[in-house]
Each structure stands twice: as structure tokens, then as C-alpha cells.
Design a protein around this ligand. Structure first.
Ligand SMILES: Nc1ncnc2c1ncn2[C@@H]1O[C@H](COP(=O)(O)OP(=O)(O)OP(=O)(O)O)[C@@H](O)[C@H]1O
Length: 454
């Protein structure tokens, strides 16, 4: 198809160049990242006065064009008589250049971990080192990974500049062939394709990572109904297996947040991610996403014309396309779980409020959600029925279900939640472990709210 003078040995020559590109990139990214972690941790934990010289030097590496750094660095090592080869000089300069960016990525990732989460870890007795190793790094890694991948791809392309020091990497190898064979378009296309092949697996890492997160991430969400701003910048991360209760005054925006999480309401600003997928992004399959997130409301909304069993099998059959027998097996299991095994053939109208609410919980659970949102599920119940529904929620929490519970039941919030968020006028005024919120609330609003509800 192509009429070219490119021989096998020319291709091997290009492949050798590609290997040099890979080696320079791998060494620089590895060394630069290690330095970036050390510098980033240092920057985040030590006062800006102490870290000022480091910040200055890193800013220089980020501001001065890499080509100038390479030429000056090479001249400097020659004057100093260090005798570095062009390859060593290139790797040293590129590592420092990479470290300047990696430091910022690491610092950003550390700072993205909410202070309250770190305080919660420390309040459990984790040392600074354990907090870093078990909380900050795993959580920060997810934030850092996309930027780090971008940095790696950038370094791979920038590494072409080392040809100025006489190194025959991929671009230089293709230049040599272009001069000899006079086929610039074809040879540069081959070089471009090799760059693409080298970058592709790294770029895919970013895409596959998007599905890797197992959590609900709410980032600076704002939401208004007409002129009324109900959510004024809410941020909250709920990890897999965590139970977070949301408490707060009437009208503070608690229920609105839940409806935004599973996309029932659009948001005006910010982002909500479920397992790494942005709920409100264009192109997101909301129905698919909602299957992961069960929601139970204050009003249980039973389908009155269907039996209890049919109420629970409806969505698995219609939405998931499950055969009747399989849907019924799951429904019976879930209804037994919530204590309604003897009500399968009964119509909801014959159930008490507490039983209907438990049926609604079973109905949501039958879709095998990864997350459950509960919106004041006991508020519409007679007081004597509240306990049975709360016991069901407690059981789910003990089984490891990830739950966000908007609740007015302070006892429940205290006993069952890992963290409690206090909502006030559209923001999370305070969040922390129940011992903090109920034992030693930090904000005046929390204290005032709790003194009124107790
Ligand atoms: N669909 C809507 N259209 C217009 N305003 C709404 C809508 N939904 C909620 N609001 C308003 O938004 C504000 C917050 O409501 P939201 O239900 O989120 O509060 P809440 O904290 O859950 O309160 P409560 O504890 O009383 O249920 C309220 O003033 C409410 O009237």
C-alpha cells in the first residue's frame, strides 16, 4: 500500500529511539513523583515560611521552558566538572521538572481530603503516620491519579527536547530518517503512531480508573428553586460501607441534597459522582446510575393495586428484565429480611405505616443497590412504629450497606452513623463522628439546634 524506502533496520532504529524515550520518561516520572511526594507532604505539613525556598525553586522549574533548563543544566554540570552523560543530565533535569508539577498534584490531593475526615481518623487514635498511610494517601490517590497521568503523558512528549543534548530518542531518530530518506510525512506519521502506542495504555489507565472509585462524592453543589438558594456549596464524600446521617432544621436543604444525589433534581453548580460517574453530566445514563442508589422517602408510596410481593418484584422484572421466579425469590428474601414474610399476598392498604415503610425498604433493596438514601423514613409514622423501621435501618448498617440518612431521630444518628453532618441554611455547618457532634459540637449553630431537639 505504501511505497516507501523504510527498511526493517530503519524501523528497528525508530524502535530504539522509542526505547530511549520510554527510558527517559520512566526514570523521570518515577524519580519526579518520589520527589513530588516528599515535597508535597512537606509543603502540606510545614508552614509556608519554612517551605518558601522550596516553593521558589519549584516555581522556577515550572516557569522556565524545559529546553532552557536542559541547555543550562548541561552547561552547569560541564562547568562543575561532574562529567554526566547527556542521558544522565536529561534524566536529572526532567526529574526535577516533573517533581515541580508532582509536588502540586500531591499537595492538591492531600488538601482534597476533608479536614473533618482526618480529624475523625485522629479522634480514633490513628497517629499522623497511620492517618497519612490509611486515610490521606488512599483517598488522595484517586484525586491525584488523573492529573498524574496527564503529567506522565506530558513528560513523554516533552522528553523529545532531550534531542538537543544529542540523545537519539524517538523524534531525533525520525528526523535522521527524514533527512536520509526524504519521506517526512510518512516517517513522522510512523513516529506519531509510535508515540500514540506508548501513550495509549497510560491514557486508558485514567479512563478505567473512573469506574474504580467506590463512593459518593459531592463537590461544592449549589441548587436553587427560583430565587431561593437551597444548597449553597455542599461538599461531602461518603465511602463504601459508611453510614452518614444528615441532621438539621426544617428547610435547610437535606431532602433536596438526596434528590440531587440520584439525579431526581438537576443541580446548578458543582459535581456529584457515584462510583466515579458524574450524575448530572451530559450523556450519563441516569436510569443505570439510579439502580445503584436506592432511595426511600418519608411517604412510602406503595403501589396500592399490587400485593406486597408484586410491589417488590415490579422494578426487578420491568427495569432489570428479571424472570418472574427469580424476582420473586429475591423479593421474598428481602421481605423476610425486613420482617414481612407473612404479608406477601396482602395489599399495602392492609399494612400499618411501619410495615408499609419496611416494604418500601425491601422494594429498594430488591434492586441490589450499592447505596441507600433514606429521607426521614420515620417522620410520617406513629411513634410506636418508629422503632421497627429504625431497627431495619440498623440491621442494614450492620450488614455494611452504604447509607445516607436524613433523620430527625438523634438517637439513631448517634448510635448507627459513622459520621453526622449538621445542615444549616444550605451548607454543612459541621460534620464529624457522632461523639463530636453530640458530645462536643464545634459550631454555635449545632449547639443551638441540638439544645432545641433534645
Ligand atoms: N421542588 C421544589 N420547588 C420549590 N421549592 C422547593 C422544592 N423542594 C424543596 N423546596 C424548598 O427548598 C427548601 C429546602 O427544602 P428541603 O426539603 O430540602 O429541606 P429539609 O432540610 O429536608 O427540610 P425538612 O426537614 O423540613 O424536610 C425549602 O424551603 C423548600 O420549600
Amino acid at each position: 500500500m505504501f511505497d516507501t524506502a523504510l527498511t526493517l533496520s530503519d524501523l528497528l532504529f525508530l524502535a530504539q529511539g522509542a526505547l530511549v524515550t520510554l527510558a527517559v520518561t520512566a526514570i523521570s516520572v518515577l524519580a519526579g513523583t518520589l520527589l513530588g511526594v516528599v515535597f508535597g507532604v512537606f509543603r502540606s505539613n510545614v508552614s509556608a515560611w519554612v517551605t518558601f525556598p522550596l516553593i521558589f525553586v519549584l516555581d522556577v522549574f515550572r516557569s522556565v521552558p524545559l529546553l532552557i533548563q536542559l541547555i543550562l543544566g548541561n552547561a552547569f554540570q560541564a562547568i562543575a566538572g561532574w562529567g554526566w552523560s547527556p542521558f544522565v543530565t536529561s534524566c536529572v533535569i526532567l526529574s526535577l521538572y516533573t517533581s515541580a508539577y508532582a509536588t502540586e498534584i500531591v499537595r492538591g490531593a492531600i488538601e482534597a481530603v476533608p479536614q473533618t475526615t482526618r480529624r475523625a481518623a485522629r479522634s480514633l487514635g490513628l497517629t499522623w503516620r497511620q492517618d497519612m498511610a490509611n486515610i490521606v494517601f488512599p483517598m488522595g490517590l484517586r484525586v491525584a491519579l488523573p492529573s498524574w497521568i496527564g503529567l506522565t503523558l506530558g513528560v513523554m512528549k516533552d522528553s523529545a527536547l532531550v534531542l538537543w543534548l544529542g540523545i537519539i530518542e524517538l523524534l531525533r531518530a525520525s528526523q535522521i530518517l527524514v533527512t536520509r530518506l526524504q519521506e517526512p510525512l510518512f516517517i513522522l506519521s510512523v513516529a506519531g503512531a509510535i508515540y500514540f502506542l506508548l501513550s495509549f495504555p497510560i491514557a486508558r489507565l485514567a479512563v478505567s480508573n473512573e469506574g474504580g472509585a467506590r463512593m459518593i462524592e459531592i463537590e461544592n453543589v449549589r441548587k436553587s428553586f427560583g430565587p431561593l438558594e437551597v444548597l449553597k456549596g455542599v461538599s461531602l464524600t461518603v465511602n463504601k460501607g459508611e453510614v452518614v446521617s444528615i441532621i438539621g432544621g426544617s428547610g435547610s436543604g437535606k431532602s433536596t441534597l438526596l434528590t440531587c444525589i440520584n439525579g431526581l433534581e438537576p443541580i446548578d453548580a458543582g459535581r456529584i459522582l457515584i462510583d466515579g460517574t458524574e450524575v448530572h453530566a451530559r450523556g450519563t445514563d441516569l436510569n443505570k446510575l439510579r439502580r445503584k442508589v436506592g432511595i426511600v422517602f418519608q411517604q412510602w408510596n406503595a403501589f396500592p393495586h399490587l400485593t406486597v410481593l408484586e410491589n417488590v418484584t415490579l422494578a426487578p422484572r420491568k427495569v432489570l428484565g428479571m424472570p418472574k421466579a427469580q424476582a420473586e425469590e429475591i423479593a421474598v428474601r428481602q421481605l423476610t429480611h425486613v420482617g414481612l414474610a407473612d404479608k406477601l399476598k396482602v395489599y399495602p392498604g392492609r399494612l400499618s405505616g411501619g410495615q408499609q415503610q419496611r416494604m418500601a425498604i425491601a422494594r429498594a433493596l430488591a434492586m441490589s443497590p450499592s447505596y441507600m438514601l433514606f429521607d426521614e423514613v420515620t417522620s410520617a409514622l406513629d411513634p410506636q412504629l418508629v422503632g421497627e423501621v429504625l431497627d431495619t435501618l440498623k440491621m442494614l448498617a450492620e450488614e455494611g450497606m452504604t447509607m445516607i440518612c436524613v433523620t430527625h431521630e438523634m438517637g439513631f444518628a448517634r448510635d448507627v452513623s459513622k459520621r453526622v453532618a449538621f445542615f444549616h441554611q444550605g451548607v454543612i455547618a459541621e460534620i464529624g463522628p457522632p461523639e463530636q457532634i453530640f458530645g462536643a459540637p464545634q459550631s454555635a449553630e449545632t449547639r443551638k439546634f441540638l439544645s432545641n431537639v433534645r
